[in-house]
Design a binder for this molecule. Sequence first.
Ligand SMILES: [Zn+2]
Length: 242
Amino acid sequence: MQRKLAILLEIQGMELRLRELDADLAAVPKRVAAIEAKLSSAQQNLARAQAAQSGSQSERRGVDREIEALREKITKIRSHSGDVKTNQEYRALLDEVAFAEAQIAKHEERLLEIMEQADALDSAAKEAAAALERQRGEVRAESEAAQTHSAAVQAERATLAQSRDRLRADADDTWLRRFDRVFRMRGQALAAVDREACSGCRVRLRPQFLQEMAQQDDRLFVCESCGRILYLETSGVDVSSC
Ligand SMILES: [Zn+2]
């Protein structure tokens, strides 16, 4: 294989690797977002647990207030019991007291339930806080790993781009222009001849065309169908020995 082609083949290999690296870098924000999404679900769990906890606490305060108000009411009723004139009025007072006491008993039952649930709610909130802390640690580690990976990819990219630019300076201008145009258009600019066809588009090549290719090593042969630069895989590619 002649040197002009060997250089282009090597440039193409580098461009393809650069494309992979760019795709890798482009995927980093999505990866970081996925890592951070884990954190947000743990944060939501904690917020829910804390909301349940404070909801229960405020219900408990409300029930306490109700009980207190009912007790005051009973005291007030009893303080007025000397004012009643008739038995009927007196019975009405007793009924009112009995009713208030029944309400207090109901509230006290609810209070017991709330206190029983409070322990479970407290430990759920504690667990959610611990889970969030663990998740934060994992996210930190994963973010650091993503950053390290990104930095490595960027370093490889920079080195590779430099090597490619050095090779481009060595490449034949006309061949390089065609290479760039086809690479942009087709994703690959070079295609090997494979079983008498262009391996890029699978169109068969004329026997005379193939014969010319074999004989004229220094000419640029282009697939008439897809425009890719054609080469024969006769010998290994080695730019350094050219
Ligand atoms: Zn072709």
